[in-house]
Design a protein. Structure first.
Length: 366
């Protein structure tokens, strides 16, 4: 058994995966097998294969700075199906608003467990065109306030366009229980309501397990959610969401002098749901908690910052599939941990947006 075969056959934990998923000596035979299967290697005399620049979740490799081959980890089996469905849907249209490119899907499938180097496992994969650009997180610290607002506006316009892309062909993004018996829109509403309900029921225990919130705030969670009002808001409409618009996945060109958003990558976590759920990671990661940039993004998106927005986004941060509060910058996290309750934490985090809907005065019976 070769070293690469043994490394892939023995994978049992995420920790083991994290040690091998960027190791080109292990993955090169599989990358080349994918390229041969789809006749994508014959145009180059020499294959320059490199591990993707970003840490990420799956095994990602660039080929001659023209193609990307992504092999999906066995621990998150739905990611391949989701990303292939989204990229297949987006391939039917041009770039997002502002000439923001998304990866163009060229091939998708699964390598057989008998392929040499597979470790006796099947490996789902996708091949896309390489989207050039620099991760926003690398240039954000050097951008001035005007440049940040400009970039945020471009991102807001691109996200609005993404969310308007339509849902046809995206049934794979719904849980099995939400698969359409009628219209896809109605099925998406049912599925999102179920997602929110399930997350609410498990929220306190989930946050305790993650340990990112102090006990005092975790104990306040149920009361905060009960006093929230409707979630999602009554007028919401289901949309295609990336759910992972991070500082790594927004690509920019032009350097710090003329930075512009040029790409949006990674749709393995995509869902059909409430657009306000998308804004959580946009603000916390892509826009690095910059309130002026967040306001510019919302304006370009066309989303009104009503009096309940801060509370709803805080709720979605608490109900999110991933632990977000442990990733906050040190000073912000220290202030969050010192907040007496979640309403105060929401007002602090979400750029001063009102955290509660106004309470209607009680009617007096004469």
């Amino acid at each position: 058994m070769s070293e690469s075969t043994g490394a892939l056959s023995d994978l049992e934990t995420v920790a083991e995966w994290s040690r091998v998923f960027r190791d080109l000596t292990i993955w090169r035979p599989l990358v080349e097998a994918v390229l041969r299967r789809h006749d994508l290697a014959s145009c180059w005399a020499r294959l320059e294969i490199e591990a993707g620049r970003l840490g990420g979740t799956h095994a990602v490799f660039t080929v001659n700075d023209r193609l990307v081959v992504k092999l999906y980890a066995p621990f998150w089996p739905d990611d391949h199906q989701r990303e292939a469905a989204v990229l297949g849907r987006l391939a039917k249209r041009g770039p997002l608003a502002g000439s923001v490119e998304v990866p163009r899907l060229l091939a998708s499938g699964s390598l057989d467990a008998r392929v040499p180097g597979s470790g006796g496992r099947e490996w789902p994969y996708a091949v896309t065109r390489y989207v050039p650009g620099v991760p926003l997180g690398e240039v954000w610290p050097g951008l001035g306030p005007d440049a940040r607002r400009r970039v945020a506006s471009q991102l807001g316009a691109a996200l609005a366009d993404l969310h308007r892309s339509g849902l046809d062909g995206l049934e794979a993004l719904l849980p099995a229980a939400g698969r359409p018996a009628g219209s896809l829109d109605a099925a998406a509403r049912r599925a999102w309501d179920l997602f929110v309900s399930d997350r609410r029921q498990a929220a306190s225990e989930t946050q305790r397990q993650w340990g990112a919130l102090p006990d005092m705030l975790a104990r306040d969670l149920d009361g905060f959610l009960r006093g929230l009002g409707p979630l999602p808001r009554p007028e919401w409409r289901p949309a295609l969401l990336s759910c992972d618009v991070t500082a790594d996945h927004v690509l920019v060109a032009g350097g710090t002098e003329a930075a512009r958003v040029c790409g949006l990558i990674d749709f393995g976590d995509a869902m059909i749901g409430d657009p306000e759920y998308e804004f959580v990671v946009v603000y916390l990661s892509a826009l690095q908690l910059d309130p002026a940039a967040f306001a510019a993004m919302l304006a370009a998106y066309g989303h009104e910052a009503d009096v309940g927005l801060g509370a709803r986004i805080m709720a979605y941060a608490l109900l999110h599939k991933f632990s977000l509060f442990g990733e906050l910058p040190g000073e912000v996290r220290r202030r969050l941990l010192s907040a007496p309750d979640l309403e105060t934490a929401a007002q602090m985090l979400w750029a001063g947006l009102p955290a509660r809907l106004p309470v209607e005065p009680e009617l007096k019976v004469r």
